[in-house]
Design a protein around this ligand. Structure first.
Ligand code: NAD
Ligand code: TYD
Length: 432
């Protein structure tokens, strides 16, 4: 290893990194030799910051600088927590579990524990000193203010939402309350907290809003995929409420200068997804010999992304995204619903040949279509690939195998969330 002095203060894309982040960091000799072969790499020979920058500048290897900066940022901000809202849900749990595998920074999880929030998803990290759970509603002004003032987070990752389209059609109230009013409340309390920070702290602060591709509406078969500048055209109460929250986030950046980031991601699948959504519903029903309901003709298209890839994208945007920007996140995996269900059935035929109904595809049942059912979603993820060097790691084939195996191996989790046993536990555990 060689110890280098490095400054990340003059990034060519215009990011300004606070001087106090200048620090000595370790870079393995091998990596350094590859990226900057002319640098002296004798162990213990410090190189002045300007010299390192100059040499990288000369080589025009800006990506290296950005890699180094990313690493530096995480290392240097270990002592201030991040606040996650809705971290007991599907994507939030995956994000938090991954966070503690990779980062040292403490994390506070503020979650109301609706039917979709399950603290048992996080049991493996619940006794970690760096983790704190706060049970509460993002719409609770006093609570959000208290958490911000006491915990002084350096960033917020806002997942909390009502997220199921079918529920939004049956009863939109909660969607307006949480997704619109709740997000507004968080933004207002964050604005008050942020405005009292010192200038360097204000610049470093990030508010990352996790949103969906559904805000863009429905595509025809040969329309180009959604880009960041595709006009919003939400069709369901869910997507309309998410679109409203995206607009509020945008306005708080433009009006007040709050350093916001928004991600618009396609359909996620993977561990810990509540079995009301298509993929876990089909896995569990197929195992039990129950009908596999396909809305309409099953030809609706979604772009599917493995949840861990989404979490990585969020981490990348948090560390490197440009305030005020939005990033589309997708898996380049457009599939028709019927194809998804048939793929799951085929894999289950191999894994679970003793199930009550095999082949599992005999359970496929076409049912009445969802009102206003969007025909096709597709994400153009080139911006996040180009600017932040993020790409999904999983193909649909590898991701769906992992997902099915996870559901097969976690029957206890499945039984709890499907029998309501975990709701009783939550009521007991969090009744005070
Ligand atoms: P989820 O429904 O699984 O989890 C939502 C979490 O938010 C739960 O833990 C719930 O208890 C919590 N919550 C709900 N209302 C709350 C409130 N008022 N106060 C505090 N906590 C509250 O959702 P998910 O699938 O994990 O989605 C997370 C975010 O990602 C959402 O904002 C959603 O719009 C977005 N998103 C989801 C997908 C997807 O495919 N699931 C895709 C793109 C974007
Ligand atoms: P879903 O998982 O609810 O996600 P979203 O509505 O946010 O895209 O549904 C994915 C697709 O699967 C969507 O086109 C609706 C369809 N679907 C069914 O055909 N049957 C079902 O039982 C469910 C839940 C969804």
């Amino acid at each position: 290893m060689v110890i280098l002095g490095i400054s990340g203060n003059s990034h060519p894309r215009g990011n300004r990194w606070p001087l106090r982040w200048q620090k000595r960091i370790n870079i393995p000799n091998a990596g350094l030799a590859k990226l900057a072969p002319d640098l002296p790499t004798k162990a213990g020979s410090p190189i002045p910051p300007f010299q390192l920058q100059f040499r990288f500048a000369a080589r025009e290897d800006w990506r290296l600088i950005s890699v180094v900066q990313r690493r530096e940022r995480v290392l240097l901000r270990m002592n201030k927590p991040i606040l996650v809202t809705g971290g007991a849900g599907f994507i939030g749990s995956n994000f938090i579990l991954r966070w503690f595998e990779q980062e040292q920074t403490p994390l506070i999880n503020l979650d109301k524990l609706t039917y979709a929030g399950n603290p048992r998803n996080l049991v493996s990290i619940s006794s970690d000193d760096r983790y704190q759970f706060v049970h509460g509603d993002i719409g609770d002004r006093e609570l959000v203010t208290r958490v911000l003032r006491e915990q002084r987070p350096q960033a917020i990752v806002h997942f909390a939402a009502e997220s199921h389209v079918d529920r939004s059609i049956l009863g939109p109230d909660d969607f307006i309350q949480t997704n619109v009013v709740g997000t507004f409340n968080v933004l207002e309390q964050v604005r008050a907290y942020w405005s009292e920070l010192s200038e360097p702290e204000q610049q470093d602060f990030r508010f990352l809003h996790v949103s969906t591709d559904e805000v863009y509406g429905s595509l025809g078969p040969s329309d180009p995929a959604f880009r960041e500048n595709t006009p919003y055209s939400p069709n369901s109460p869910y997507s309309a409420s998410k679109a409203a929250s995206d607009h509020l986030v945008r306005a708080y950046h433009h009006t007040y200068g709050l350093p916001t980031l928004t991600t618009n991601c396609s359909n996620n699948y993977g561990p810990y997804q509540f079995p009301e959504k298509l993929i876990p519903l089909v896995i569990l029903n197929a195992r039990r010999g129950k009908p596999l309901p396909i809305y309409g003709d099953g030809q609706n298209v979604r772009d599917w992304l493995y949840v861990v890839d989404h979490c990585e994208a969020i981490g990348r945007v948090l560390a490197e995204g440009k305030p005020g920007e939005t990033y589309n996140v997708g898996g380049w995996n457009e599939k028709k619903n019927l194809e998804i269900v048939e793929t799951i059935c085929g894999l289950l035929d191999d894994f679970c040949s003793q199930d009550p109904v095999v082949p599992h595809r005999n359970l496929i049942t076409f049912v009445k279509d969802r009102p206003g059912h969007d025909r096709r979603y597709a994400i153009d993820a080139r911006k996040i690939e180009r600017e932040l060097n993020w790409r999904p790691r999983e193909t649909f084939e590898s991701g769906i195998r992992k997902t099915i195996l996870w559901y097969l191996e976690n029957e206890k989790w499945v039984n709890e969330v499907t029998t309501g046993a975990y709701r009783q536990w939550i009521e007991k555990q969090y009744s005070t």
